[in-house]
Design a protein around this ligand. Structure first.
Ligand SMILES: Nc1ncnc2c1ncn2[C@@H]1O[C@H](COP(=O)(O)OP(=O)(O)OP(=O)(O)O)[C@@H](O)[C@H]1O
Ligand SMILES: [Mg+2]
Length: 590
């Protein structure tokens, strides 16, 4: 029918979130039906009362009373079962929604910083999903499912007597207005509370990460003050939403009780005028109170409802801007060349071009050194080579296929990357080298460690390869962590290895091992790109690319480029315009 394949894969009309919820349609229809039955059964109490007053008492018939009582026992039992089913189903809808989306949300969470930059507020998407799930599993939706049944109760009140019906209707209108007021008044504070929560958790995370600097330089009290401010801001906004919900909830409860008495009074008036029976006044007063009970409940849970809706909106927008990564057809492992064609980069979410017009080509077995001053765009270029920043112009190709034609998982296997700021993940040394493969291959782990000359260092650790690296690798020294990360980059011999300042923390022995590793990659017909400030790191490469202010200043065989660039007339005092610092060792100076 209407479901052509293309319509199924890309239907912008319905967000991913709605689709996930629509998958629970069956559960919602079931809940609706159960709610219907439960609402009809809710009439049991008042009907029983009506029968007792108007039939049992006048006839003084004990058998009728017993019969009726047995009947309502069954009805109430059924009601209990239905209500239990309903809340179980709703709790499971929340769980199912979470299950179907949490993977996607995690995926988005990781990719946000690469797409929209640090404007993305950290773990907000996770909190949003939590808010939606906890609302769905609470009492709020139960109340919403009961609201549509209010007219049924009102209709019965009208059937008893128009005057009773009108009184109940007036009460209902007041309560509905109260609900609307709640809706309008809680929106802004709820949003503010979510924003305050995000600010608070970002600050906490940043402080945790920079604990050493904070403590060493006595910045803690200042940060603590900022934290207290963020925290109290959060608390205040939370309190405001609670106050509004609580105040209006109390008002609705009182109004509802007042309404019950009001209906009783109207009923009494009718009895006095002999227009109704005693049974009717009691039944209708119970009925009208019952009719409006969901409104109370809904108002009491309105805060959660608004929060869930706002979370829903944020999350749908996020999932729409970060569509699930396509899983393109598999490609053969690259083995021949890396071609970079006029690429340009901007930082995620920013407009300023940081790197432009970079073009070069490397064949298997070649090694490229990228040099240039701080801020010249070397790391940005490296990020494009490994596919974490998609180029805004141009292409990076491996054996002719642009990086975006690869499925990310598959591409990852062919790429080794050592970021400039090495951070290991909580786990053992072996886990980190093996890139957290579920079943790391011990042989491959050791081969990688040996390739970068870190095997001896690792076996000297207290538990060797099984030494935990601590949170973010904190249990290792910076040099050790860098060398473990280097082993991770060459694990399972990826075709393209990009190393961003791999020797920034290395000693001379580490430098020599690095050069051997670079030569090893070239010997096995891989391609290696090394970014460096110190010449020792580029000892193993044969090509050089000099970056300057985001552009290629020179590119070609190493000796040619180095002699050309180093001979250029330059300001006497500065070390070198290309950002290569002379080796510390063996200098004859001073
Ligand atoms: N995430 C980012 N958001 C905004 N600007 C960025 C971002 N990353 C880098 N830049 C900017 O891009 C420019 C190049 O940065 P890059 O990190 O590529 O330089 P680099 O050559 O690697 O420097 P270094 O030698 O100090 O590592 C700098 O001006 C920097 O301010
Ligand atoms: Mg850099």
């Amino acid at each position: 029918m209407l479901t052509s394949p293309s319509a199924r894969t890309h239907s912008p009309a319905r967000s991913e979130l709605s689709a996930a919820l629509a998958a629970c349609r069956g559960a919602f229809i079931g809940t609706g039906l159960v709610s219907g039955m439960s609402n009809v059964l809710m009439l049991t109490g008042s009907m029983f009362m009506l029968e007792v007053y108007d039939r049992v008492l006048p006839s003084r018939s004990l058998p009728t009373l017993v019969g009726l009582f047995v009947l309502i026992m069954f009805l109430f039992a059924a009601l209990g079962v239905l209500d239990a089913i309903r809340s179980r189903v709703l709790a499971r809808v929340g769980g199912a929604l979470d299950e179907s989306l949490s993977g996607r949300v995690y995926d988005t969470l990781v990719r946000i910083p690469l797409r929209i930059g640090s404007r993305g507020d950290g773990t907000q998407p996770l909190r949003d999903l939590d808010a939606i799930r906890s609302y769905l599993s609470g009492l709020g939706p139960v109340a919403l499912f009961d609201l549509p049944w209010i007219p049924l109760y009102l209709a019965i009140c009208f059937a008893f007597h128009p005057l009773i019906g009108i009184t109940a209707l007036a009460g209902a209108i007041v309560l509905v207005v109260l609900t609307l007021v709640t809706e309008i008044m809680t929106k802004a504070p709820t949003r503010a509370a979510a924003e305050a929560a995000a600010a608070r958790s970002n600050l906490a995370e940043a402080s945790r990460r920079n604990a050493e600097a904070l403590v060493a330089m006595g910045m803690m009290p200042r940060l603590a003050a900022r934290w207290a401010e963020a925290n109290s801001h959060y608390m205040r906004s939370q309190q405001r939403t609670s106050d509004i919900g609580g105040g209006l909830g109390a008002a609705s409860k009182v109004l509802r009780m007042l309404l019950q008495s009001g209906v009783l009074a109207v009923g009494a008036y009718l009895v006095i005028n002999q227009q109704a029976t005693a049974g009717i006044i009691i039944a209708s007063s119970i009925l009208s109170a019952r009719a409006l009970a969901p409104v109370d409940l809904a108002i009491a849970n309105w805060k959660g409802f608004v929060a869930a809706r706002q979370s829903w909106k944020r999350l749908s927008m996020l999932l729409d801007t970060m569509p699930a990564l396509a899983q393109p057809m598999g490609l053969p492992a690259p083995a021949h060349r890396l071609a970079v064609e006029g690429i340009a980069a901007t930082a995620p979410g920013a407009a300023k071009v940081l790197v432009q017009d970079v073009t070069f080509k490397l064949e298997a077995g070649q090694g490229l050194g990228i040099i240039g001053q701080s801020g010249s765009g070397k790391s940005s270029l490296a990020r494009m080579l490994v596919g974490v920043w998609p180029p805004v112009r141009g292409k990076v190709r491996l054996d002719g296929a642009a990086l975006d034609q690869w499925s990310p998982d598959e591409l990852g296997r062919h790429i080794g990357y050592l970021p400039q700021d090495v951070e290991l993940l909580t786990g053992t040394v072996a886990d980190n080298i093996a890139r957290f493969e579920p079943q790391p291959d011990a042989e491959a782990v050791i081969a990688a460690a040996k390739a970068v000359g870190v095997h001896d260092m690792i076996v000297n650790l207290p538990q060797g390869y099984d030494t935990p690296v601590g949170e973010q690798g904190a249990a290792l020294s910076a040099g050790q962590a860098q060398r473990v990360a280097l082993a991770r980059a060459v694990y399972r011999d990826p075709f393209l290895v990009v190393l961003d300042e791999p020797n920034s923390h290395l000693d001379s022995e580490g430098d020599a091992a690095l050069t051997r590793a670079i030569l090893g990659i070239r010997e096995r017909k891989g391609i290696v790109v090394v970014i460096a400030h110190r010449p020792s790191a580029i000892a193993g490469v044969d090509q050089i690319l000099v970056m300057n202010q985001g552009r290629v200043q020179a590119y070609g065989p190493k000796d040619e480029v180095l002699s050309k660039v180093l001979q250029r007339p330059q300001g006497a005092a500065t070390a070198t315009p290309i950002g290569i610092r002379p080796e510390k060792s063996g200098g004859a100076s001073a």
